[in-house]
Write a protein that binds this ligand. Structure first.
Ligand SMILES: C[S@@+](CC[C@H](N)C(=O)[O-])C[C@H]1O[C@@H](n2cnc3c(N)ncnc32)[C@H](O)[C@@H]1O
Length: 280
């Protein structure tokens, strides 16, 4: 969990409607690359934790028998359900909850995936739980973006957000004085996972974003979620649109970074022996 910050259910409130349009897509083919790296097949089960509107859940569903998306935000899950129905994807299930609620009764998964979501969780506790949810050969997967320097317009949007919401990054009802935590490698080592396998899927393409795309990007973020502006939301959007004008904003798509951790063999044996002892 980020230093001095407490999770609450307003973290992504109201962002779901803006998510798909606002966020840049993961690199083409990343789901197939992940499936090949993990050896997934039609019998595999995959859990996408912090699934948001189901972008990774739906992309990976064709490579597995069942994909489950877990998220605490009802708006995100509603959007995920709509997207699955629109695409006619049947082998997905959506579950409301936090990573900290795992394992629940969800069972065992060949892959437990966190795409831009692990930093919002109680990471040590969640990594230890995930370890117990993996069968031999199962994997903890972290998906993120490899970003180059952002185009200057993002700095200008950030300036405007700070003028409205204050100098310290907002997150739910709290603030993130030191931003969100990194160094997942240390967390996973502490939990008993081995060294990471890292795969970078290149995107390489430039897209041109419109003002509407960048408004959606702003409102898709936890630090500028619509509810944070209260009764100044319309004024903020007005100023944001004035800043963006009729501009067209070229941007290079980020590469997608996939990191895969598997339990160290001795940890795995230890955890499952303890469970067998508990059952006696
Ligand atoms: C930046 S979005 C990523 C969405 C999606 N994984 C993707 O990559 O498109 C982060 C998501 O994590 C979810 N989240 C936040 N805290 C969480 C927690 N403690 N447990 C599970 N999910 C959480 C949010 O509701 C949000 O949908």
């Amino acid at each position: 969990m980020a230093d001095g910050w407490r999770w609450d259910e307003t973290l992504f409130e109201g962002t779901a409607a803006h998510y798909e349009r606002g966020r840049l897509p993961y690199a083409p083919g990343y789901a197939g690359t992940l499936a090949a790296a993990l050896g997934l097949d039609g019998r595999s089960r995959l859990l996408d934790v912090g699934c948001g509107p189901g972008i990774v859940t739906l992309a990976t569903a064709p490579f597995v028998g069942e994909a489950i998306g877990l998220d605490p935000d009802p708006g995100m899950l509603a959007e995920a359900r709509r997207r699955a129905e629109r695409r006619g994807v049947r082998n997905v299930r959506w579950v409301a909850g936090r990573a900290e609620d795992l394992p629940g009764d969800l069972g065992v998964f060949q892959a437990v995936v966190f795409a831009q979501s692990f930093h919002w969780t109680d990471r040590d506790r969640v990594a230890a739980t995930v370890l117990r949810m993996l069968p031999p050969g199962g994997a903890f997967v972290h998906i993120g973006e490899v970003q180059g320097p952002p185009p200057p317009v993002y700095g200008e949007i950030g300036e405007l957000v700070r003028r409205y919401l204050g100098p310290v990054r907002r997150a739910g009802r709290g603030v993130l004085v030191n931003g969100t935590p990194g160094r997942e490698d240390l967390v996973l080592a502490r939990a008993g996972f081995g060294a990471a396998e890292r795969v970078v899927v290149p995107a390489g393409e430039t897209v041109t974003r419109t003002a509407d795309d960048l408004v959606a990007w702003t409102f898709s973020r936890s630090d500028a979620a619509p509810h944070l502006f209260g009764d100044r939301l319309a004024a903020f959007e007005h100023d944001l649109r004035a800043l963006l004008g009729e501009g067209a904003f070229p941007e290079r798509l980020p590469a997608t970074e996939i990191r895969i951790w598997r339990p160290m063999p001795h940890t795995y044996a230890h955890v499952h022996t303890e469970e067998a002892d508990d059952a006696q």
